[in-house]
Design a protein around this ligand. Structure first.
Ligand SMILES: Cc1ncc(C[n+]2csc(CCOP(=O)(O)OP(=O)(O)O)c2C)c(N)n1
Length: 562
């Protein structure tokens, strides 16, 4: 079949079962957009390329499929950078197709030329510059393969403008052979035996789950493992939802804003099973004193993760889809013995959890942000897809929403990207049209990509946007309060913007909550409204996210509160 490079891209997307792309046109990708015009391939036109890439990322996190984004050369491509880095830090499968100037113009500082391959090399799993149309199908095939296999991640395919128009006798490769890239799915059974020996020795074990469990869709097997062992379990921010919040062995989130029980149990445990985690510094606190009494067993598909931050006594490399069932298979026989030997430890840490809940001061005449999260949790029964932006509201959502399902919490964990939330929520809703998608966002982060609200109306994505409006860059102000003597340098964002009017101007219903007694009815109204809704919720300025482990402190040196 003789077709153009542009048509070959569309065929390749179909071959990869892509059903929607997010993007924004421009000169270098005009031929591709022209092919989209006749193909009727589903394309979501965002208002900014950053919105498109976060939307593709939210779509990927919510559905488990590869997100696809298209941008033109130069500024179009550079506008993707923050979103690509966001996806990279959280291991999200993404393919970014960017236009490049024509081959004869490359390297001449041509109009709208940027070396996106060079720029994205440190923030992609792999990237391509396609200068010959014959290379195009192979590059796309490899890009999708690399993005979704092994440890997932973003891949950039930069395509010279003349390649889109060139003709090719199109055939999509059926397989991929890449030298030096062989993801290990099935690890070494011997290591499973060694893990098993350690399980039998442990008296104070702790299971620590992370985003890898979500990404590999292993939460069901993991839950069974947790129950078969009787071991207590903690979660990173990215692992929330893998274990239901009300599971009797669950101690909540660990780390900077983790629970007392999770942090102290980590300090006291004698065996830590890190499953699909990367021991981020927000988790470990002072690294040299992290889990000081424990042997650490690290389960990960990416060998490069092992010993990166903490030294592992034992490493289990492979897909969690292999390792957890392999463990389960062995654990069955000794389940009762294991439960017996850790019974008093589990009982003790669960008691810590019950006796030290994360709480907050109730102010009768103020709408406390934590109350908003608790109310939404109750109204949705933990069944919604919850998206956040970055800041205090993100941590309150992690602390006070009762997550019960995997892939139900979408947040920029690794990069901490303000402006992520709104477009990611729209992407998630696009992928899951029948699910309730709810965004918690700060008044600062909302403004970073608020232009995307327009597409909620344009495409009728019924996302509920809850702005926890404290008129300040809350998380930064909290640090100023705690560590900079209350000098609030440029964190007061009290302004003249009316979020209700802004929503209405974009074709979205806007509501406001200023008093506690309005909260319940307005939230119910928002949830019952079929289309998109923005709720501007006025919350007090100076509320702290607590508990908090100050940066550089040990996990058990947390500042409590409430
Ligand atoms: C793009 C970007 N710029 C700056 C920051 C630093 N930062 C982290 S949290 C925060 C404040 C967020 O304020 P807001 O969106 O109002 O949310 P709140 O903390 O009040 O809930 C800032 C500025 C960031 N994470 N991302």
């Amino acid at each position: 079949m003789i077709i153009t490079g542009a048509e070959a891209i569309i065929e390749s997307l179909k071959n990869e079962n892509v059903d929607v792309v997010f993007g924004y046109p421009g000169g270098a990708v005009l031929t591709l957009y022209d092919a989209l015009y006749t193909s009727n391939f589903r394309h979501i036109l965002t208002k900014h390329e950053q919105g498109a890439v976060h939307a593709a990322d939210g779509y990927a996190r919510a559905t488990g499929k590869v997100g696809v984004v298209i941008a033109t050369s130069g500024p179009g491509a550079t506008n993707l950078v923050t979103g690509i880095a966001t996806a990279y830090m959280d291991s999200i499968p993404l393919v970014a197709i960017t236009g490049q100037v024509s081959v004869p113009l490359i390297g001449r500082d041509s109009f709208q030329e940027a070396d996106i391959r060079g720029i994205t090399t440190p923030i992609t799993k792999h990237n391509y510059l396609v200068k010959k149309v014959e290379d195009l199908p192979g590059a796309l095939k490899e890009a999708f393969y690399i993005a979704r296999t092994g440890r997932p991640g973003p891949v950039v395919v930069d395509i010279a403008k003349d390649v889109f128009a060139a003709s090719i006798d199109y055939q999509y490769p059926t397989e991929v052979k890449l030298r030096g890239y062989r993801p290990i799915y099935e690890g070494n059974m011997e290591t499973i035996n060694q893990v098993f020996a350690e399980l039998k020795l442990a008296r104070k074990p702790l299971i620590f789950v992370g985003g890898g469990v979500n990404l590999s869709d292993s939460s069901e097997a993991l839950r069974e493992f947790v129950e078969q062992t009787g071991f207590p379990v903690i979660s990173s921010l990215m692992g929330l939802g893998c274990i239901p919040f009300d599971h009797p062995q669950y101690l909540g989130m660990v780390g900077m804003h983790g629970t007392y029980a999770a942090n102290v149990a980590t300090t006291e445990c004698d065996l830590l099973l890190g499953i699909g985690v990367r021991f981020d510094d927000r988790v470990t606190g002072l690294l040299s004193d992290f889990a000081p009494k424990a042997k650490i067993i690290h389960f990960d598909i990416d060998p490069a993760e092992i010993n990166k931050n903490v030294l592992a006594h034992l490493r289990v490399i492979g897909d969690l889809k292999w390792s957890i069932p392999a463990l389960l298979h062995r654990v069955n026989d000794v389940s009762e013995v294991l439960k017996e030997q850790v019974h008093s430890w589990t009982e003790q840490v669960v008691r810590w959890y019950q006796e030290n809940p994360v709480t907050y001061p109730q102010e009768a005449d103020l709408v406390m942000p934590q109350t908003v999260v608790e109310k939404i949790s109750r109204l949705t029964q933990g069944d919604a897809v919850i998206v956040t932006d970055v800041g205090q509201h993100q941590m309150w959502t992690a602390q006070f929403y009762g997550f019960t399902n995997p892939r139900s919490f979408l947040t920029s964990g690794g990069l901490g990207t303000m402006g992520y939330g709104l477009p990611a929520a729209l992407g998630a809703q696009c992928g899951l049209p029948d699910r309730a998608v709810i965004l918690f966002v700060g008044d600062g982060g909302f403004m970073m990509n608020c232009q995307e609200l327009a597409i909620a109306a344009d495409y009728n994505f019924p996302v509920k946007v809850l702005i926890l409006n404290n008129q300040t860059l809350g998380m930064v102000a909290q640090w100023q309060r705690m560590f900079y003597g209350g000098r609030y340098s440029h964190t007061n964002i009290k302004g003249h913007t009316d979020f209700v009017k802004l929503a209405e101007a974009m074709g979205v219903k806007g509501l406001r909550v200023t008093k506690p007694e309005e909260l319940g009815t307005v939230l119910e109204e928002a949830l019952a409204t079929p289309g998109p809704v923005v709720v501007d919720i006025r919350t007090p300025e100076m509320v702290d996210v607590l508990p908090m482990v100050p940066a550089g402190a040990r996990l058990d040196q947390m500042i409590m509160g409430g």
